[in-house]
Design a protein around this ligand. Structure first.
Ligand SMILES: Cc1ncc(COP(=O)(O)O)c(C=O)c1O
Length: 461
């Protein structure tokens, strides 16, 4: 089946979708049979759900759960969803701890490393910044957990450096930590959208005395282009000044499992913390995110004991003392069953496919006169502009948005649109194993034909 054959979802407008869904929220005193409820869901909701396994789904970080992972998720649902501590799930709590240790070994993080499962990459990033702030406070001689931001001599000097392409969850994190967005200082990127090391050095020197840079964030797989920042240089620069180095590898850290990609990740084993989302490229059901730390003691900054569980005197495995949620899902099981079922060789092969497709697409576009792609793809994402002759340069941004809307409107594929600086780019992302190189070429042809419908002559609206 080609992507021309079927739609990604019903294609209905938001108003129609909402109208269709009303029976699903018409709660009544009288119950319905399970079959009737199931039929309602099948008829009213399922047609409007996005088909992540469709070869035309080339836009977002979502996947159909891998079968081994889906099996693990079912077992968790059937037995113990919650694994906060030994009391609610002895096996679940112990599995989470063992899985974290095993992943630290798999990623070669060092003897003292540890990890915790999180609800999402966003929260993992937030916790990393919290721990960095906590350590900064320890250096200043106070307990951040107790005194908070007012404990700092001059909170307005606190600063975090991150790529201008870093994920917006960092902005959310600094808001929620009470630091405000003023503390996030964007770092310039090079032509391949990786942090420019020279600018970083210059900026750090300039900021000395003016700002307290307590954390530097390297992104391993930026959301827009999949770029991997030069981690080793950033670790070096951060550690020289006593700053925490966090790697946001929510999307891209999976690729560090490939020996041929390891050089791109050089230095990652020295990072203080790393965010990773197996729910993205690995296809593990949501929520499946982790936060790694170089030194397991770092998690003690998160620990709060209570009298009814997470008790200080407990000696059993207790994942709940490493990160906030007191209700936490059994995320370790679907990840473990998936890795066991596939085996690491197959996992690696599956990781290679998007990289190969996207690199081939980059080469293909480089040979076309009407496309421009500025960055070398580090992972499974490619951004480019369609630049046909009939559209003047001044209207190119408008053209990309027009194409994006037209592709989505057609309903048989989805791509995304992003902005790099002032330039609007189309973005293709390969997640699902069902997306083949030929499907990407088909998308390029669709972009061309839809682009012809754009009137390059008339005045911009
Ligand atoms: C680089 C990066 N970091 C963090 C996140 C946030 O992760 P989550 O969606 O799991 O909250 C994303 C999401 O796309 C991302 O691309």
């Amino acid at each position: 089946m080609t992507t021309q054959d079927s739609r990604l979802f019903s294609g209905a407008s938001p108003a129609v979708v909402q109208q269709d869904l009303l029976p699903l929220v018409g709660f009544r005193d009288e119950g319905m049979s399970l079959e009737a409820v199931e039929q309602l869901v099948e008829d009213k909701l399922v047609p409007h759900l996005m088909r992540y396994g469709h070869a035309g789904f080339q836009s977002m970080f979502n996947r159909v759960p891998e079968v081994g992972a889906a099996m693990g998720a079912r077992v968790a649902l059937d037995h113990n969803q919650g694994v906060t501590n030994w009391q609610v799930s002895p096996g679940g709590a112990a599995l989470e701890e063992l899985c974290c240790e095993s992943l630290c070994r798999l990623f070669q993080m060092g003897e003292k490393a540890d990890a915790t499962f999180m609800y999402s990459g966003t929260y993992a990033n937030q916790q990393a910044l919290y721990m960095a702030l906590h350590r900064k406070a320890e250096v200043e001689g106070f307990n951040f957990g107790e005194e908070g931001i007012p404990g700092f001599r001059d909170p307005s000097k606190l600063a975090i450096l991150a790529s201008r392409d870093a994920h917006f969850s960092l902005r959310q994190s600094v808001r929620m930590l009470g630091l405000g967005e003023q503390c996030l200082i964007p770092l310039e990127v090079d032509a391949d959208r990786r942090i420019d090391p020279d600018q970083l050095q210059r900026l750090m020197a300039e900021l000395g005395g003016i700002k307290d840079v307590f954390c530097v964030v390297a992104t391993a797989g930026t959301t827009s282009t999949g770029a991997i920042d030069p981690i080793e240089v950033l670790v070096e620069a951060a550690h020289q000044r006593g700053s925490w180095l966090h790697v946001d590898g929510a999307y891209g850290f999976s690729f560090s499992l490939l020996p041929e990609c390891r050089a791109r990740f050089r230095g990652v084993e020295r990072a203080d913390s790393i965010t990773w989302d197996p729910h993205k490229q690995l296809g593990i059901p949501i929520p499946n995110s982790l936060l790694f730390v170089k030194d397991k003691q770092d998690f003690s900054r998160m620990t709060l004991f209570s009298h009814y569980f997470n008790r200080e005197s407990s000696t059993e495995p207790n994942p709940g003392i490493k990160s906030p949620p007191s209700t936490r899902p059994m995320s370790a099981l679907p990840l473990a069953t998936s890795l066991l079922h596939r085996g690491l060789d197959l996992v690696r092969d599956e990781l290679r496919a998007p990289l190969a497709h996207v690199r081939r697409l980059k080469e293909h576009l480089a040979a076309q006169d009407d496309f421009e792609c500025r960055h070398a793809p580090d992972t499974g994402i490619l951004c480019f502009q369609y630049q046909p002759e009939h559209v003047p340069e001044s209207r190119r941004n408008e053209l990309q948005t027009f194409i994006y809307d037209a592709v989505l409107g057609d309903g048989r594929r989805s791509i995304s649109v992003t902005q790099l600086g002032d330039v609007v780019m189309l973005r293709i992302l390969v997640m699902s194993a069902s997306v083949r190189y030929e499907d990407l070429l088909e998308t390029i042809e669709v972009i061309r034909s839809l682009g012809l419908q754009f009137d390059g002559e008339s005045q911009p609206r």
